[in-house]
Design a protein around this ligand. Structure first.
Ligand code: ADP
Ligand code: MG
Length: 337
């Protein structure tokens, strides 16, 4: 890598990337990229991922990591009900990192860009004393009237979530378990059999652009929306807090995949707790007016899990045995480590 130098490295890594969007006027190669969104509002979101805090290279293939780093960023643009169009990628690379490793990382970034039609328009590259650092900024746009904020929910609105929950967290527990077994005895091969779905949920999440497209086809604009990165309970509380409301959700409505459910049980975990607090699902949580219910009631990929109430009622979950629990944010939080 030292042979290539910083400029050579950037050129080498980014040579296959093409600009596809009209809004991308100038990409990599000048002091700043130039974008033109004409009459749209521009959405910008950044995430920082640190080795040892957000990912563990012991079980995270670099291609997956590149793919995931892009997806988690796009997810924030979709959560605003926007179209994601560009990203910048900034890297801190330690000297132990061979060129092939950075190439793998960029393969994953390229895969995500191609699949979701995203232009890579710049970034920054530096050496890092310890560990890999990846920061991605995603840029997108939306018409002013289409943007969904966290503060738009109304009393009696229905609370909906896409896909299923808890899988990424339970997948992580399996990867962590296998890592410990491997560290104790490197001759034992990891046993991930039958766990592909939840492992994939952890290593290769997908931003739910399809849900944004679906809502637009249904002509249904959520009143509030957020993506599930820290855990359902934590995201629900953000909507409650910012919309100045309470809510009631029902345990028996939480969408949990059978593999997530069974594996959680195997590991001695409560599947409901995994769904509420697991995080990294990158599903969309949103509220809709009751009058819009008919538009999505037949969609199997969207589940109504409860409704918004007045602020004084607080945020509640009714358990399967009809006990009322207060929802608490115990979401995954890097600061807790
Ligand atoms: P500057 O000195 O102005 O910061 P750099 O030498 O860091 O410029 O970057 C040169 C060009 O390469 C810029 O267009 C920058 O956005 C882009 N770039 C730098 N690092 C990356 C990266 N890791 N991925 C993609 N583009 C990058
Ligand atoms: Mg720079």
């Amino acid at each position: 890598m030292a042979l290539l130098g910083e400029f050579g490295l950037i050129k080498h890594l980014t040579q296959n990337f093409k600009l596809n969007h009209q809004s991308s006027i100038k990409g990599i190669g000048d002091d700043a990229a130039v974008l033109n969104f004409e009459d749209k509002q521009v959405l910008v979101s950044t995430d920082l991922m640190l080795e040892g805090i957000h990912f563990d290279l012991a079980y995270t293939p670099l291609m997956h990591l590149g793919y995931k780093a892009v997806q988690v960023n796009l997810s924030d643009i979709y959560a605003m009900n926007g179209t994601a169009t560009q990203i910048t990628v900034s890297l801190g690379l330690s000297s132990k990192f061979p060129l092939e490793a950075v190439e793998e990382l960029y393969k994953g970034i390229e895969l995500a860009c191609n699949k979701f039609n995203i232009d890579l328009i710049g970034g920054d590259t530096s050496s890092s004393k310890q560990g890999l650092v990846i920061s991605i900024t995603s840029i997108g746009y939306a018409d002013k009237e289409d943007i969904c904020y966290r503060n738009g929910a109304g009393e009696n609105d229905l609370l909906c979530v896409s896909g299923d929950l808890g899988g990424a967290y339970v997948g992580l527990q399996i990867l962590e378990r296998e890592k410990l077994i491997f560290l104790e005895n490197p001759n034992i091969q990891p046993d991930l059999e039958g766990k592909d779905y939840i492992i994939e949920r952890q290593l290769k999440p997908e931003g739910r652009r399809d849900i944004i497209d679906l809502l637009s086809q249904m002509e249904l604009k959520p009143t509030a929306m957020i993506d599930v990165s820290d855990g359902l309970a934590s995201e629900i509380l953000h909507i409650c807090d910012q919309s100045e409301l309470g809510c009631t959700i029902y345990e028996d409505k939480l969408p949990i995949d059978p593999m997530t459910y069974e594996t959680a049980r195997e590991l001695g975990l409560d599947p409901t707790v995994c769904a509420l607090n697991g995080g990294e699902d990158y599903e969309l949580l949103f509220t809709i007016k009751q009058a819009d219910y008919d538009k999505l009631k037949h969609d199997v990929d969207i589940t109504v899990i409860g409704h918004m109430t007045d602020k004084n009622s607080g945020a509640k979950m009714i358990s399967k045995s009809n006990i009322v629990h207060e929802l608490k944010a115990q979401g995954w939080n890097a600061f807790k480590l």
